[in-house]
Design a protein around this ligand. Structure first.
Ligand code: 3HC
Length: 560
């Protein structure tokens, strides 16, 4: 790849002679950091221009899925785009992605043909870096390999005006390391878009200790012009959204690899159970398993914690070239929708009818009453007497409490399953059919059929803390609290990032506040006790909110 880039640049000329830096530019001081790593207040000559500049034309280097999407976003906002790729074929492919996206918008009636032509006319496919000489900002959107990024920044350093801002769309690599090698490190920032770029509204604007004051504000203003919402952060692996999203996705893949739950159930638990727009496995395929792997590796290198260790299946799928949608195959198969590989919902396909008579065991609470009344309405005879011969024992399961003790107490554990409602009992809402190590296959089938008869979407989960949806969610929420506890980002920025970058209907802190910090704490404590993994240890900040009975939204000091 690097060789290719070099040869392309050699073919089109390195063009350093076309750029004339004045002596004062060359001698410009570098902006440094104090010994403590805090940014120095920056007074400057030339870099001050960066702060208030108007962005009229940009260069987008790399026109893959993300780059093409980003080029489209700029062009739609009336900004001229110089599009650069590794060679003419890649450039044609990239422009093809852009054209297809604009044509789709026309077909859907979101754009007129005239608007499409106008947007398209703003994008100028370029034969070489020299054509980026006059841009106000250049953004690099190339694969996550530092050596490629270095080459591109060196080239941009050579051709762009010293007044131009140089941005990287890196997901996780050190923006500081990229900046440090630039002639003008003060102008280098992260401008991190989310996939699909034309749709997701978040842009993370990443400053380093070298970034000149005002540059992040200029880039944030630009993001707003693009119709996006900027969140300003400092340079740390994964920034906000990826640092929270990727460990959660990796955890989901680990659950699949270890046979904890099926692929379809994991994705259903996240969408129907938690309300997320996509299941974690489908989202991994959208992001790309190779991209996900490199983000995990960078985060693991930076933080060194087990939570950031890529699960072996992620590495194997990436090694196998099953990188997701872009390859036609990842965790799912996109080439052939009828592929047997895509049909693992068979586990929950109903082969038996719902039982006529059920023994219901619960804590005498609202959930038990709700279940009893829903079963009765569905024409199922309900008894509370375990000794009464019934087809199935249903234990109204509670998060944080195992089902097995109640199943044993009922005397017929092989005929017992738990039924856990992830939310309110309503048509289409999620029921987790909890199988203990003694539940028979027939009981699990009958429990699934029963839940379906009640109009619920079902997943199967082992009798472990959090069952399925909770297992995924609690660890994810703990990561968010830890990020806030570390002082990296506050609850509002975290919630904004996850809502606008990943389409969450509610941010992690809004989810905690809705469930109650105490209930999330109980779930995490149970997981931590069962597994002993440090990543399930409840963060002190969560315990403090639970003890104080205070919502994050209402906290006078939400992070420390
Ligand atoms: N490109 C362009 N537009 C797209 C698109 C794509 N790939 N996919 C969907 N859209 C558009 C559709 O055309 C539609 O637009 P319209 O309303 O104007 O017709 C709109 O998005 C909604 O699409 P659909 O109705 O087809 O589908 P959904 O309602 O299911 O939404 C989704 C699709 C927006 C992708 C939604 O599922 C979602 O928000 N998913 C989460 C995505 C996410 O988490 N992204 C972040 C990944 S992490 C990342 O990118 C960081 C990186 O560093 C790894």
């Amino acid at each position: 790849m690097v060789e290719c880039l070099t040869s392309v640049w050699a073919r089109h000329g390195r063009l350093t002679s076309e750029v004339t830096y004045t002596e004062s530019h060359r001698n410009m001081p570098r902006y440094g950091a104090t010994d403590t790593g805090q940014a120095l207040p920056r007074r400057c000559g030339r870099d001050c221009n960066l702060a208030a500049m108007e962005i009229r034309e940009v260069a987008v280097v790399g026109l893959g899925t993300m780059g093409a999407g980003i080029a489209e976003v700029f062009a739609r906002a009336g900004i001229g785009v110089v599009a650069l790729e590794i060679d003419a074929a890649a450039l044609n492919r990239g422009v093809g992605i852009l054209d297809a996206s604009l044509s789709r918008a026309v077909t859907k009636g979101r754009l007129t043909a005239a608007e499409q032509a106008q947007i398209r006319s703003r994008v100028r496919p370029a034969a070489g870096f020299s054509e980026a000489a006059a841009v106000d900002l250049a953004i690099e959107v190339v694969p996550e390999r530092m050596e490629i990024k270095r080459e591109i920044f060196a080239e941009l350093d050579r051709v762009c005006s010293p007044d131009a801002i140089l941005a990287t769309n890196t997901s996780s690599l050190s923006v500081t390391a990229i900046a440090a090698e630039s002639k003008y490190p003060g102008r280098v920032v992260g401008m991190h878009f989310f996939n699909p770029a034309p749709v997701m509204r978040l842009v993370e604007v990443v400053s380093t200790v070298l970034t000149t004051d005002g540059v992040a504000a200029t880039v944030s203003d630009l993001a707003r012009r693009l119709g996006k919402t900027p969140v300003q952060v400092s340079d740390r692996a994964g920034f906000i959204a990826n640092a929270l999203l990727l460990p959660y996705l990796n955890h989901a893949l680990h659950l699949l690899a270890t046979g904890y739950a099926s692929r379809a159930d994991i994705d259903l638990a996240a969408t129907v159970g938690i309300g997320l727009p996509m299941g974690p496995l489908a989202l991994l395929d959208l992001i790309g398993l190779d991209t996900a792997l490199s983000i995990m590796e960078v985060m693991h290198g930076e933080f060194g914690l087990p939570r950031y260790m890529a699960t072996p299946l992620l590495r194997r799928l990436a090694d196998a070239g099953r990188t997701g949608r872009k390859a036609g195959r990842g965790i799912y198969d996109y080439g052939d929708s009828s592929a047997s590989d895509n049909h693992d919902q068979g586990g929950n396909a109903l082969v038996s009818a719902a039982p006529d008579t059920v023994t219901l065991i619960g804590a005498g609470d609202d959930v038990e009453a709700e279940l009893a009344s829903a079963m009765a309405s569905a024409g199922i005879n309900v008894t509370r007497n375990a000794a009464h011969p019934t087809d199935l024992i249903v234990i109204a399961a509670e998060a944080g409490r195992p089902v097995l003790p109640a199943a044993l107490a009922a005397g017929r554990p092989e005929q017992a399953v738990g039924l856990h409602l992830a939310g309110k009992l309503a048509p289409g809402s999620l029921a987790e059919v909890v199988q203990t190590s003694l539940s028979s296959a027939d009981a699990v089938e009958a429990g699934t059929a029963l839940a379906a008869k009640l109009g619920l979407a079902t997943v199967r989960a082992p009798d472990r803390p959090g069952f399925l949806a909770g297992t995924l969610l609690y660890a994810h929420l703990a990561d968010a609290v830890r990020m806030c506890q570390d002082g990296y980002a506050g609850p509002t920025d975290v919630d904004t990032a996850m809502k606008l970058g990943c389409g969450y209907p509610r941010g992690p802190f809004e989810l905690i506040d809705a469930a109650g910090a105490a209930s999330v704490l109980t779930g995490l404590e149970a997981m931590h006790e069962a597994y002993g993994y440090p990543e399930f240890a409840p963060p002190p900040l969560l315990a403090e909110h639970a003890a104080a009975g205070i919502a994050f939204a209402a906290s006078p000091r939400p992070g420390r």
